[in-house]
Every structure is written in structure tokens, then in C-alpha cells.
Design a protein around this ligand. Structure first.
Ligand code: HAM
Length: 407
């Protein structure tokens, strides 16, 4: 027997219903915020992720599904959605056109991590990316949207917030941090690598010794330039105005290298160790870094699998109509009605003839709201009886008028 690969799973049955319910409602909310749908390829050039997600990240350093395709190209299954969307933004010349572009997306991402609860090698994200607004009001808008999405599904979580500074304040802070790291022996192998490639990523280290050592490290939030300081203050004021609770987390550096200024994560206490349900932030330098004309940007992604177990579906309402046949001779006749009605409502059909009691039982079990029985009389008279299974009433209607019936 061939099983799915380790760390990869089917989304099936109840989870499948939840996945659709989740993505459809997130899409609706994102559309209400003025975002439009984008789908980019799952496979991209490896260089795209190396340059955006960054060489110092665990994702690029250890977790890429990277291979050479039959044409000899170095390609990679996308570990996240932002890089591909920035690539598309530039390729479609939206950077040159100027103005504001807002996108939402969902689909599979791939990271070769050690699988455990809440951590898969193929997982799904719902994300948004907004281009062209440098004002912190847009950061607030995407956080508000994310918060609305999570509360729509009844998910309780805590917003962690940080500012990663800009090209004015980050370099001097980085130099101070590197001095601190040089003065303190005992960093793990990974952190020694991070120190060279992107020193702030040492704060993401899970190694106990590094964590202790970093307790005395300088904090970027204390060294922001006036502009970053002011923007961070304004962001917090908007969130407070909209009753969005947050915790400042000066060590929240995110696992990807492209961020500057706002960085945030929503963390849940209900799902175990892999507690980050969504993360995002501002990445004003990435468009230019990938070869486009500079454009400010901000976005987030939600990890769908981490939320599925927390989502409660609304209790199912009876809906649709079940068309049963009393004899197999009437199948074609019933199917014709079904095809017609399916343009408007959900229709269950039966391939085999059954007695009326069995038909009504099936209709009830499947959750149909109405039931129609097709027998000799119906075919001859051209009228059918609609049985409303919810209100336990029934009435006769001309077949020609079925399409106009208010189901
Ligand atoms: P990220 O923090 O790497 O950000 O991922 C976002 C979310 O995806 C995480 O909070 C988590 O819920 C989920 N996730 C990540 N890895 C796994 C995994 N192995 N298994 C299950 N779920 C996982 C990004 O990907 C950025 N592109 C977000 C962003 C968009 N920033 C700006 N725009």
C-alpha cells in the first residue's frame, strides 16, 4: 500500500467541509476589505526564496523542497506565499504602474520540517498582501481584518506585536547586537551562522543556553528612530481604538528575513506547542530587492491546519430536495427534473427505486428539506407533490412551475 508522505495529509470529510468553510469566509472578509484573489504557481525558481525569505532563515537553510527539474532549472516548492506574489507583482509591472494593489490567496505550502502536532511538511495558508501604502493605517487595517477573521471562527488568540525598525535605525542596532554576541561566548552553531547572515534572528533560537545568554542583549524597540517610534505608537493607538488587545514582544523577529517595521503574530493557547496561528508584517524593501521599483507592502498568512480543530461549523440546516423514484422506469424523468432544479438548489437523487417510506427516510437522513416522489401518477399527470420534511406539510405543484417554486 502506498501512503501519503510523512508530514503530509489528506483534508477529507469533516475537515474538508471546515477547510472550505474557512477559506470561503476568509475570502469573503478579504473581499470586503478590498482585496482580490491571486493564485501563483506552487513551483518557483529557488533563487526567489533565497533572496526573499533569506539565507539566514531556517526555511531556506534547512527546509526547502528543492530540486533540479528536467530542464536543469533549480526550482523549489513554495515554502510560503509572499515571495511568489511579489514576483508576480513585479512581473505584471504593477510596481511601475504605481497605486495600490491588494491580494488574497490560499493554498498549499511546503517546508521540510520535523513533523509534529501542528507542524506539517505540506500545510495550507490563507494570506493577504497589500502593496502601495506606506502609512501604518494599512498595517492596522490588515491586523483588524485578521482579527475579524479569527473572531468570526470563534478562535481566541493573543496578538504579539513588535517593530523591526527601518534602514535608518536597524544598522546601528545590528552593530550593537553583533558586539554583544561577540562579547558573549557559547552561541549555538545556528546562532553563529545567524550572527553573520542576519543577527536579529538569534532571538528566534530555541536553544536554552542561547535564550539565557540573550536575556542581556540590547533591544531594538529601545533604539528605534523617531519615524519608526512614531509609526509604532500610531499603530498601537489605532488598535487600542478598535479594542484589539496586544502584547508587545520585543523578541518577535519572525522566521523570514524580509520584514521591516511592523511584525506581528497571533498566538493561541488552545493548540499546543505550535501556537502561532498567523503571522505577518511590513516588508517595504522586498519589491526593490527582487528587482522591482520600490513599493511599500504589508501582509499576513494564517496556518489553516492549526485552526481546523478549533473551528466549530454552524449546525447544519435542512436544505435542498430529495427526488426518489418508485420504479426504475422513472429514472430519466426524475433526472430531467433534477438537472433543471440543480441550476437553483441542491438536489439529491436516487439511482434505484425504493418504497415511499424508504425514500422519506433517506431524504431525512441526508438533511433534505423537501422530498418529491416520482411514480406513475406524477409522470402521467405532470404534477408532483412536494413534501416539506421540516414543517411536515405537503402540496401539489405543476411540473412546469417547479422552477419558480420558492424552495
Ligand atoms: P509564517 O509565520 O512563516 O509567515 O507562516 C504563517 C503561518 O503558517 C504560521 O503562523 C503557522 O500558523 C503556519 N505554518 C507555518 N509553518 C507551518 C507548518 N510547518 N505546519 C503547519 N502550519 C505552519 C509566512 O509564511 C509569511 N509569508 C506571512 C506573511 C505574509 N508576511 C507578510 N505577508
Amino acid at each position: 500500500m502506498i501512503n501519503a508522505l510523512r508530514g503530509m495529509k489528506d483534508i477529507i470529510f469533516e475537515e474538508g467541509d471546515k477547510y472550505l468553510y474557512f477559506t470561503q469566509n476568509c475570502a469573503r472578509i478579504a473581499a470586503n476589505y478590498g482585496f482580490s484573489y491571486i493564485s501563483t504557481p506552487i513551483l518557483e525558481e529557488t533563487a526567489l526564496f533565497k533572496r526573499s525569505v533569506g539565507e539566514s532563515s531556517d526555511i531556506v537553510g534547512k527546509e526547502m523542497y528543492q530540486f533540479t527539474d528536467k530542464g536543469g532549472n533549480d526550482v523549489c516548492l513554495r515554502p510560503e506565499g509572499t515571495a511568489g506574489i511579489v514576483r508576480s507583482f513585479i512581473q505584471n509591472k504593477f510596481d511601475k504602474a504605481g497605486g495600490v494593489k491588494r491580494f488574497f490567496y490560499y493554498g498549499p505550502m511546503f517546508r521540510y520540517e520535523r513533523p509534529q502536532k501542528g507542524r506539517l511538511r505540506q500545510f495550507h495558508q490563507f494570506g493577504v498582501e497589500s502593496f502601495g501604502v506606506s502609512d501604518v493605517k494599512e498595517d492596522a487595517a490588515v491586523i483588524l481584518m485578521l482579527s475579524e477573521m479569527l473572531s468570526f471562527f470563534g478562535i481566541k488568540s493573543v496578538l504579539k506585536l513588535n517593530s523591526l525598525g527601518c534602514s535608518k535605525c536597524m544598522p546601528s542596532y545590528r552593530a550593537r547586537l553583533v558586539r554583544f554576541l561577540n562579547d558573549n561566548d557559547g552561541l549555538c552553531e545556528d546562532c553563529l551562522r545567524r550572527k553573520i547572515l542576519n543577527p536579529i534572528r538569534v532571538f528566534d533560537c530555541k536553544n536554552e543556553h542561547c535564550q539565557i545568554l540573550l536575556k542581556g542583549a540590547p533591544i531594538l524597540l529601545n533604539e528605534l528612530c523617531d519615524e519608526c517610534e512614531d509609526e509604532f505608537k500610531r499603530l498601537r493607538a489605532i488598535l487600542t481604538n478598535f479594542n484589539i488587545d496586544y502584547e508587545i514582544d520585543p523578541k518577535l523577529v519572525r522566521g523570514l528575513d524580509y520584514y521591516s517595521k511592523t511584525a506581528f503574530e497571533f498566538v493561541s493557547t488552545e493548540i499546543g506547542a505550535q501556537s502561532s496561528v498567523a503571522g505577518g508584517g511590513r516588508y517595504d524593501r522586498l519589491v526593490e530587492f527582487l528587482g522591482g521599483r520600490s513599493a511599500p507592502a504589508v501582509g499576513f498568512a494564517i496556518g489553516i491546519e492549526r485552526l481546523l480543530e478549533l473551528i466549530k461549523m454552524p449546525s447544519p440546516q435542512k436544505c435542498g430536495v430529495y427526488i426518489g423514484i418508485l420504479d426504475e422506469r422513472f429514472f430519466d424523468f426524475a433526472l430531467k427534473i433534477a438537472v433543471e432544479l440543480r441550476r437553483k438548489i441542491k438536489v439529491y437523487t436516487d439511482y434505484e427505486a425504493k418504497n415511499p417510506a424508504k425514500i422519506l427516510k433517506n431524504a431525512d437522513r441526508l438533511g433534505a428539506k423537501q422530498c418529491i416522489l416520482i411514480g406513475e401518477n406524477e409522470v402521467k399527470s405532470g404534477t408532483v407533490r412536494i413534501k416539506n420534511l421540516e414543517e411536515k406539510i405537503e402540496f401539489e405543484i405543476d411540473l412546469d412551475l417547479l422552477g419558480e417554486f420558492q424552495w
